[in-house]
Structure formats: structure tokens, C-alpha cells
Design a protein around this ligand. Structure first.
Ligand SMILES: Cc1ncc(COP(=O)(O)O)c(C=O)c1O
Length: 391
């Protein structure tokens, strides 16, 4: 039997006339952050422990109104609607109108259990629908789940080059890859580098080629240069915006997000996902309605991240690193001296007790950088300043 497209295969190591080719089973690669155990122990040895800036997991409090809704919805008994309750989808639509300036019919919005599972699942569902295509395009320096979603679907993960400002360079896509593309992922503001893509250009590029464009916008309210932007400013045909409450409302532990846009794509995905049993828990849906309804807590969080980005950049600058501030998101993306990210990560662990992510976690094109997430409280940022003697 020939190996399926995109899967690794090999011949049997046991030669013999009656032994046919063996298909290698999928072996999940080590999870990127699991590779930081040793550096974590180095940082943890400091008095006061490790200041873990490796993962973009919020540590500030979620809004009290969302926590209250979580505890009091009375929705535990029955199955929640997979697509999201009407209140859930209306709350997301209301938020998009208020904060992003776009009007989206709640019928073009559906729920996801946080956005990582959606990012990881989209290629397999698109492939089921369009078996003649087998390629996922995504920025060469980006959140690793775009590529992993392709791999999990047995598809080709094809990175698209980024420019010096870490914006996707769509002119560099090989037309042969575009012909095979199931979708293009863009991410603005981008993780890890905070770049801002021209989403109008991405929308036009996808439409001209009949390639759905999925725009991951989970950091949209942490845009520092210019206004928040969504791909849905450019219509909904062939476009899907993906949003999360994990970063906006510090609700990463609750798992709530939405995908919104092209009516047909959203309908198709929501039907497949209903069959597969994807449901945001009822109490979480109630909490999400409260969170999307409030902007004050997000403005407070914006101020916190802005303050920490400025302060940590100044500390590292005084320590001798060249640190540019991002146009969006809450990461410092720092060029490692000599291009050696692992040795900068080690120095940060040894001298500052900081755990950083080496840039190769976000693709080989990021391997000369490290990423720091300013998710820890201000006191821990000040602890770093004292350890480095730059108070
Ligand atoms: C770019 C990007 N997309 C999606 C996610 C997933 O977030 P969640 O699954 O919590 O919604 C993350 C998380 O770090 C991210 O950085």
C-alpha cells in the first residue's frame, strides 16, 4: 500500500521477500516548552525562583464579572450548543462592533474551545471537504500550531517568508504551493515578533486564488502602533477571523473563543465540529458573555502589558541587549548576540533567573532570536532588574 500523501514512510529494516513496506506511525515531536526543563532548573536556583517568561500564559486576574458568571449560570446539566449559545455569539458580535468597528451577523460566528484546538483542526476538516488540496500556508516565524495542524492532517506545512519587520511576504509564495493550498494563516499582531500584516492585501491575495484566509487575531486589543485591525474590515467572503478570550480577558484556563466570517466556511466548520462533539462548557459560555460585554478590564490589562514591555526592554537595554518594542502583542522578540539564541537563553537563566523561549520554537527562520512574554507581575520584572544590577 503506498504511503498517504504527506506522511513519512520507510522500507522495512528486515529484508525478505514476504515483508512489504512499513508505514512509520506518527511520533509527536517533543512539545517545545518541555525542552526548557534544564534551563528552568537553572533559573529556579535563584533566590526567589524562576521568572518564567517563556510561555504567553496570562497570570493577571480575569474580570470578576466573568468569574461570577462562571459560578452562577446554572447551565451544568444540559449539553451546551456546540455553535455557541445565541447570547455567546451575540456578545462576540457586539464586541467586534464596539472594539473592531465591524458588523458581523451572529449567524456567521461560532464557538471554539479556545483557539488552539481550532487552529490545529482546521486543516483536517478543510481537507475532508477539498481532498484535492493538501497544503497549509503560514508565516515562517509564527505560532507553531499552524504547522502542527497541517502535520496532524497529513498535509504539507509550507512556511511563507516574512520580511524584516516579520510581516508575511505573500509575493514569495510559490504558485505551485498556492494551487495546492487549503488555507492561508495570518496572525496580526503576530506571535512571537508582534508584526502587523496588511490584512487587506492578505484578503485580496486569498480571494484572487480561491484560498480561504484564516486570520488569527487573538492579540488584537494589544495593538500598540495604530488602531486594532481585523481582516473582517475587508468583508467576509473567503475570510475567517479567529478570536480568543484567553489573552483579552485572562481566561486561558476557561477555554473560549470564536471564529467568524465567511458564512459557508463558518457553517461547514461548525457542522463538522458539532458531529465531533466540540462544545464550550455551558458555565464558560456564560462567563464569556460577561467578558465580551466589558472593555474596562481589557484597557487595564493593556496598560499593564504596555508598562511591562517598556520596563523590561529598558532593563535588558541597560544590561547590554538591543531590544526593540513590538507593534503589537505582549512579547519582546530579541536578536541574540552572534545569532546564538540558546546561549542567550542560558545567560538569561543563569544571570537573571529568567526562562526565555528560543526563537526556533516559532520556526527555523526565528532561530537567531529569543522571545520573552511579559505575563509575570511587575514585582517579578523588578526582581529581574535587581538580579542584573540595573535597578
Ligand atoms: C497566535 C496565537 N494563536 C492562538 C493561540 C491559542 O490561544 P487559546 O487557545 O488560548 O485561544 C495562541 C496562544 O498563545 C497564540 O499565541
Amino acid at each position: 500500500m503506498p504511503p498517504p500523501t504527506g506522511c513519512a514512510s520507510s522500507s522495512s529494516p528486515w529484508p525478505g521477500p514476504d515483508v512489504g513496506p512499513v508505514i512509520d506511525g506518527f511520533v509527536p515531536p517533543p512539545y517545545p516548552y518541555d525542552r526548557l526543563r534544564e534551563l528552568h532548573a537553572v533559573a529556579e536556583a535563584h533566590e526567589g525562583g524562576c521568572v518564567d517568561l517563556s510561555v504567553g500564559t496570562p497570570t493577571d486576574a480575569p474580570p470578576a464579572l466573568a468569574v461570577a458568571a462562571l459560578a452562577s449560570s446554572g447551565s451544568e446539566r444540559g449539553y451546551p450548543p456546540s455553535i455557541g449559545s445565541p447570547a455567546y455569539r451575540e456578545a462576540a458580535a457586539g464586541w467586534m462592533a464596539r472594539r473592531l468597528g465591524v458588523t458581523v451577523d451572529p449567524g456567521q460566528i461560532a464557538a471554539c474551545i479556545g483557539t488552539k484546538e481550532l487552529v490545529a483542526g482546521v486543516p483536517q476538516w478543510l481537507r475532508l471537504r477539498t481532498p484535492g488540496r493538501d497544503t497549509v500556508l503560514y508565516p515562517a516565524v509564527s505560532y507553531p500550531t499552524y504547522a502542527m495542524g497541517a502535520t496532524l492532517a497529513g498535509c504539507r506545512a509550507v512556511p511563507v517568508a516574512v520580511d524584516d519587520s516579520f510581516r508575511i511576504d505573500l509575493a514569495s509564495v510559490d504558485p505551485a504551493d498556492a494551487d495546492r493550498a487549503l488555507c492561508l494563516w495570518v496572525n496580526t499582531p503576530g506571535n512571537p515578533a508582534g508584526g502587523l500584516d496588511d490584512l487587506g492585501a492578505a484578503a485580496r491575495w486569498g480571494r484572487a486564488r480561491g484560498i480561504p484566509v484564516f486570520s488569527d487575531e487573538c492579540y488584537v486589543e494589544f495593538t500598540w502602533t495604530g488602531p486594532a485591525r481585523t481582516i473582517l474590515e475587508h468583508g467576509t467572503d473567503g475570510l475567517v477571523a479567529v478570536h480568543s478570550l484567553s489573552k483579552r480577558s485572562n481566561l486561558a484556563g476557561a477555554r473560549a473563543g470564536v471564529y467568524a466570517g465567511d458564512r459557508d466556511l463558518v457553517h461547514y466548520l461548525s457542522e463538522v465540529r458539532k458531529h465531533a462533539g466540540f462544545m464550550v462548557a455551558g458555565p464558560v459560555q456564560a462567563a464569556a458573555v460577561a467578558a465580551w460585554g466589558d472593555d474596562v478590564h481589557v484597557d487595564d490589562q493593556r496598560a499593564r502589558y504596555r508598562r511591562r514591555l517598556d520596563r523590561l526592554a529598558a532593563i535588558l537595554d541597560a544590561w547590554g541587549l538591543e531590544v526593540a518594542l513590538p507593534d503589537g502583542a505582549f512579547y519582546l522578540w530579541i536578536a541574540a548576540p552572534g545569532g546564538d539564541a540558546w546561549s542567550l537563553a542560558r545567560r538569561l537563566a543563569e544571570e537573571a533567573g529568567v526562562l526565555a523561549s528560543p526563537g526556533e520554537f516559532y520556526g527555523p527562520a526565528g532561530s537567531a532570536y529569543v522571545r520573552l512574554a511579559v505575563v509575570r507581575p511587575d514585582e517579578q520584572i523588578e526582581l529581574v532588574a535587581r538580579r542584573l544590577g540595573v535597578v
